[in-house]
Design a protein around this ligand. Sequence first.
Ligand code: GDP
Ligand code: CA
Length: 324
Amino acid sequence: MSRRGHGKVTVLAGGVGAARLLRGLAPLVPRGQLTIVVNTADDDVFYGLHVSPDIDTVLYTLAGLSDPVRGWGLAGDTFHGLEALRRYEHDAWFQLGDRDVATHLFRTRLLRDGIPLSQVTALQARGLGVGARVLPMSDDAVRTIVETTGGRRSFQEYLVRDRARETVRSLTYAGSRGAQPAPGVLAAIEEASLIVIAPSNPLVSIAPILAVPGLRQGLRRAEAPVVAVSPLIGGRPVKGPADKMMRALGVAPTPSGLADFYHDVLDAMVIDTADRAHLAKLEGRGVAATCLDTLMRSLGRSTAVARAALALGATVREQRNLAS
Ligand code: GDP
Ligand code: CA
């Protein structure tokens, strides 16, 4: 255990919600102790380039380069290249910024040369000056497929092109059965003193990570407490279709619904004050819980939420020590 008493911290992360937490968490965890396992099931190829939206959001945020308003891409980026491309591809609906393209060019070339995504990501983290270890959940392709009432969509078609307007019938994480965790992922779970499930969309950011063979079992076996931070505030996501998707797939968009969804891996949950009515319900089912204002619109709020997750994890560990 470290000087500050947290030891190694491993975070399961999607994109924007995770990044908001990580901005506060990374400075609280000593160098070399933080590992972030990132969803890659919404990766896709656009205009010939391999884009890893969640990895990029996490890397750009930790590098202090992310666009604070959009939540994705680089601050101050321009879109001249995309405009030029639209002369040939009139419906180029996936936006890539001019500087952002460098990330995808580099990634695509290395992947084409046979270098695994985890190594590419490590090189990008280094290039961006990111100290935390950022690991894709897998080097193998896993892709979220959304069956909607209108037909089968890739995740980005559903979310970006069709703006999540269609009703979701089912989700599959294609390729997950044969995928292997990226090097270091299982060890990061096994060796952690605390595992945090970021306030990311449970169905399309966290579930694909849990679907990689060995991950879920690793979390169940892990010595570290598993603490989730809820992405819901008053039963609604801050942004995105999480509540709609949860309802469509029979998961209540509440902390209790989230606890059901994560039941076999979860020890504790940080929830928003607006959902405080769920505190007793969570405690009643053995999930330690705490509440605070979880809207992370500033670094200060991100820090407060990160501290709450660290403290809750420490409490669970102490209780376990007392019990044993
Ligand atoms: P994506 O991959 O970029 O869509 O991002 P994630 O899956 O990581 O995050 C989406 C989730 O983040 C949504 O369900 C939001 O409710 C949640 N989220 C975004 N900002 C905040 C915030 O400030 N506080 C909390 N509690 N959740 C947030
Ligand atoms: Ca995502």
